[in-house]
Design a protein around this ligand. Structure first.
Ligand code: NAG
Ligand code: NAG
Ligand code: NAG
Ligand code: NAG
Ligand code: NAG
Ligand code: NAG
Ligand code: NAG
Ligand code: NAG
Ligand code: NAG
Length: 421
């Protein structure tokens, strides 16, 4: 984690930009706009994640959210995430004994009557409130969703408890509201009645990310902790988009054209002439939960592995996570001991690239400059971690190409970026 944080510090000056192109059904969002193609700028922020702006509610409330292909929930802080002030901030008012001990019973009722939760849920919320630091809002500095201010809100109130490798523990409850992906009228997609999580407590780790409010999960419904259709899946089901494909384009690390601050261009489905080759290759998913498929080959230097590995794409990860056995061989290629802590510190002129083979015979290389990255201590590291039996392809994979995600055909694919310089 320390290594990761220091790496991120080094990356601060960069503002990588990408767009998630969407193709809209003409007229379906007529109330808001009549665009036929949509998209949104995505930038590197908080030294941690790629984010985009979305809105929730009517009138729209703005949120900056992580673009995450590995999870499937939309969550943003709720107004309730603020810790009560005044008498309500007394410890006696925090938790299940509030009704007996708090001088002002209104404090205890803030959650329950407002949303009509059943008593189990009210107790759950009380417990959650009492677990956090007594007078500190875990959502401090973030935008918070105000359901009373939205005419399109309806309550759902299913308990959500997310435990994420990337974000820590996030607690809240579900609500339904209109969501727009993107914020500029000529490019946004409007999706009605999206289930999202109204967060009431979040991990300090996520709370500390001051430029990020929440997360937009882009995986499938079966990966949703709240058990609801994530926004893009819902958009496809409801016919809000003509094509079920979204894509992510990311520049190479250090790309000299603009060092990562790429401009934006109109997109239409796969057609991204300004960024990527039209010669794309698509292959089927092996599991429709995350964006998981089978890789049939892996190469690093002279090391070749032709085992079949379950592999998923994670736009919220900074690493290529390799099966332990493979990671050990990669270290070996670099003359490093198998016990080297990962991510491994390496000389900045290290020359190594990874190559993956996909079920359709397609290939994708991860070039050196996306793999050997600053470690924050003036040196460099190999952006690789190890796991048990799977590959996870994070940002080093997404750089230098367009990656396509097709929810209906259950395909994933890539096209090479036009420029690597
Ligand atoms: C809708 O499309 C028409 C014709 O292209 C255009 O004149 C009009 O400004 C558009 N409206 C909006 C809200 O974008
Ligand atoms: C999101 O909106 C805020 C406020 O308008 C703006 O400052 C920020 O640059 C936007 N971020 C992205 C990724 O578009
Ligand atoms: C009790 O708490 C409520 C909600 O915070 C507040 O509006 C009210 O003024 C409080 N009453 C007293 C007597 O402090
Ligand atoms: C929280 O309470 C502690 C001890 O009561 C106090 O030292 C601290 O300043 C408080 N923090 C805030 C943000 O009010
Ligand atoms: C939430 O929205 C309601 C209705 O618009 C408004 O009265 C209230 O002040 C808002 N709360 C906050 C904290 O902005
Ligand atoms: C969050 O930020 C605070 C204050 O800067 C720091 O003390 C704490 O260690 C951070 N927590 C995490 C989990 O990053
Ligand atoms: C990109 O960033 C690197 C490292 O900060 C710097 O050395 C290089 O000059 C930058 N290139 C451009 C074109 O800004
Ligand atoms: C298109 O991609 C295929 C498979 O990766 C490759 O064999 C072929 O050479 C490419 N064609 C062009 C024109 O780049
Ligand atoms: C890196 O290694 C590849 C082969 O593994 C070689 O073709 C290439 O020239 C090397 N690049 C540098 C800068 O040494």
């Amino acid at each position: 984690m320390r290594n990761l944080l220091t790496l991120l510090v080094i990356l601060v000056p960069l503002a990588f930009s990408l767009r998630i192109p969407f193709k809209l059904r003409t007229g379906s969002v007529g109330a808001i706009t009549n665009v036929t193609s949509g998209g949104q700028a995505v930038v590197w922020t908080d030294n941690a994640f790629f984010v985009a702006n979305i809105t929730i509610g009517t009138p729209p409330q703005l949120f900056t959210v992580v673009i995450d292909t590995s999870s499937a929930d939309l969550f943003v802080p709720d107004l309730m995430c603020d810790y009560p002030t005044g008498v309500c901030a007394l410890p006696q008012c925090d938790g299940v004994y509030c009704n007996e001990q708090c001088p002002n019973k209104t404090c205890c009722l803030q959650v329950k009557p407002k949303f009509g939760f059943d008593s189990n849920y009210a107790n759950f919320l009380s417990r959650k409130f009492s677990q956090r630091a007594a007078n500190v809002s875990t959502c401090f500095g973030k935008r918070q969703y105000n359901s009373s201010a939205s005419s399109s809100y309806s309550k759902q109130a299913h308990v959500v408890n997310i435990r994420s490798e990337h974000y820590g523990e996030i607690d809240g409850f579900t609500g339904l509201d209109t969501v727009t992906l993107g914020t500029s009228a000529d490019e946004m997609i409007t999706i009605a009645n999206v289930a999202f999580t109204q967060v009431i407590t979040m991990s300090q780790r996520f709370g500390n990310l001051t430029d990020i409010d929440g997360v937009l999960g882009l995986a499938f419904t079966s990966a949703s902790v709240s058990g609801s259709d994530p926004p893009f899946v819902k958009a496809v089901k409801d016919g809000d988009v003509v094509d079920s494909v979204f894509s992510i384009w990311l520049e190479d690390m250090w790309q000299t054209s603009d060092n990562g601050t790429a401009g934006t261009t109109p997109y239409l489905g796969y057609d991204v002439p300004n960024h990527c080759s039209t010669n794309r290759t698509m292959w089927p998913l092996s599991q429709v939960r995350q964006w998981t498929f089978t890789t049939t080959g892996f190469t690093a230097g002279t090391y070749q592995n032709s085992d079949k590995w379950q592999t998923h794409i994670d736009s919220a990860s900074h690493f290529i996570t390799a099966p332990q056995k493979v990671a050990t061989q990669v270290l070996n290629q670099l003359g490093l001991n198998a016990n080297t802590p990962l991510p491994a510190t390496v000389p900045c002129n290290t020359n190594i690239s990874f190559s993956f083979t996909f079920p359709n015979g397609g290939q994708a290389n991860i070039i050196t400059k996306n793999l050997i990255v600053p470690n924050g201590m003036g040196g460099c590291m190999l952006a690789m971690r190890a796991s048990q039996q799977t590959f996870t392809l994070g940002i080093p994979f997404l750089r230098g190409r367009c990656t396509y995600f097709d929810t209906t055909r259950q395909l994933v694919g890539t096209a090479d970026a036009l420029s690597h310089n």
